[in-house]
Design a protein around this ligand. Structure first.
Ligand code: PFF
Length: 454
């Protein structure tokens, strides 16, 4: 029995793998982050930058991560250590992915907990008898209630830990296959409502017509960070999911399908939210509370609002869950591979540590832990972490991953790794060009621009 236990677990079916990967990609990045960052950056041009970055930078890195993971059959630390060979420094890129995963999961769990909270609030019919301003105030109250946020963050992390504890097929794959199609269905239904609102044409213009004056260099870097984030890049997630992939699976096709789904959901989410904003004259540059402050206003106007609202927020929870299980899997794979602990124990340890790290984020609406944080840094702990991960850590990790895949790996490993099981051999030449030149130069340029050097 011994050698068998050492075999790496693989996804049970192609559909299951695809759903799990799409589940990781489609999450709060598309439903929560994309709309509010688009709002803050004035719409059209930012959306265009996001699309271009997804195509020219996101997809090539996605292919690189998947190739690295499938070839090494390890999480990020193991993968960079084994494929890096004598160049030992690469393993730091693996560790950097792990650290970013910890940080991202810690504040992502807090946002997910807001969605969990809103599911319960919806069941309690919290919008009844309230005007739009009062409905929006509910979020402000929640945001400042550190103890409530802590409780729900704990519950959400317990849920994530439970699924990862069960393993790849019985946990992650099983749930992704159910949750993903359900999410899609409800999104389309809500979009149909939004289309009928009088603010829809203005929203459409806002999202799709470039407004040159509004986009700053920081906005560009945010678009880049978001393109990486919505595809789950720079955190070792795709490396880890790739490591459970069969050699017969098609990497280029998977990348195109997953990127297509993530972009589609981001655009659908924006198309669903902005008509509400323009119909009720809310400010588009609202920030992280946007999703929670606007949608309940729409729900209140609709028949069956209790059901609709509950289902919607539950689905946000599910979308978040299929993403958090992917990021927790990175951490669990790393500690099981590095320290030899069992998956179950690994999941419990990771869940516990992430909860502790999440405490300052959960308490940041009231500056509950770091009381002077906002005075010193100009924004609260949650916003600082959220911003820092997007504008710096993800793009920098993505840069190193591109260097590794494009320049450090041998041609044999790189080409075979990417194309094994694929009928899309034509993908190799454009991919290698993008990953060697366009991705590193593009990211460097944007970083230099943000630093004021260019
Ligand atoms: N693609 C995911 C999203 O857009 O939400 C990225 C992600 C973030 C995955 C955080 C997992 C996670 F915990």
């Amino acid at each position: 029995m011994k050698p068998k236990e050492k075999l790496r677990e693989h996804w049970g079916s192609r559909l299951g793998f695809l759903m799990a990967t799409a589940g990781s990609a489609v999450g709060l990045g598309s439903l929560w982050k994309f709309p509010y960052v688009t709002g803050q950056n004035g719409g059209g041009l930012f959306v265009l930058a996001y699309l271009v970055f997804t195509l020219l930078i996101g997809i090539p890195i996605f292919l690189s991560e998947m190739m690295i993971g499938r070839t090494a059959e390890r999480g990020p630390v193991g993968a960079f250590t084994s494929l890096g060979g004598k160049e030992k420094g690469w393993r730091f890129v693996g560790w950097s992915c792990v650290i970013v995963s910890f940080l991202v999961l810690s504040f992502y769990a807090v946002v997910s907990s807001w969605a969990l909270n809103y599911s319960l609030l919806s069941l309690l019919n919290f919008t009844r008898g309230k005007n739009p301003e009062q409905i929006r105030q509910v979020f402000e109250n929640l945001y400042q209630a550190s103890d409530i946020n802590l409780l729900w963050t704990f519950l959400f992390l317990a849920l994530t830990t439970g699924i990862v504890y069960r393993g790849i097929r019985k946990g992650i794959e099983f749930w992704s296959k159910i949750l993903m199609p359900a999410l899609f269905l409800i999104l389309i239904t809500l979009l149909l409502y939004s289309v009928t609102l009088e603010g829809f044409p203005e929203a459409f213009r806002f999202i799709f017509y470039p407004n040159v004056n509004k986009l700053s260099p920081t906005g560009l870097l945010q678009a880049l960070g978001l393109a990486c984030f919505t595809l789950s890049l720079g955190m070792g997630i795709i490396i880890t999911y790739g490591s459970y992939m069969q050699k017969s699976e098609d990497i280029p096709k998977t990348a195109v399908i997953v990127a297509g789904i993530a972009v589609l959901v981001s655009l659908l989410a924006a198309l669903m939210i902005f008509p509400i904003i323009f119909t009720f004259n809310f400010p588009p540059e609202e920030g992280p509370g946007l999703l929670f402050k606007t949608l309940p206003v729409l729900f209140e106007k609709l028949p069956g609002s209790l059901l609709l609202s509950t289902i919607f927020f539950l689905l946000v929870v599910f979308a978040a869950l299929t993403s958090t299980i992917s990021i927790m899997e990175v951490l669990v794979a790393t500690i099981t591979e590095t320290f030899g602990v069992s998956r179950g124990k690994g999941a419990l340890i990771v869940g516990g540590i992430v909860f502790v790290v999440a405490i300052p984020s959960a308490a940041s609406g009231s500056n509950g832990i770091f009381t002077h944080w906002t005075e010193v840094y100009g924004m609260n702990f949650f916003d600082t972490l959220n911003d820092f991960c997007f504008t710096w850590l993800l793009p920098i990790n993505a840069l190193f991953i591109a260097f590794f895949a494009g320049w450090s790996l041998s041609k044999q490993v790189r080409k075979d790794g990417l194309l094994e099981g694929s009928s899309w051999a034509f993908f190799y030449p454009p991919w290698i060009f993008l990953v060697r030149w366009v991705v590193p130069l593009g990211i460097l340029f944007i970083i230099l621009q943000q630093s004021g050097v260019v």
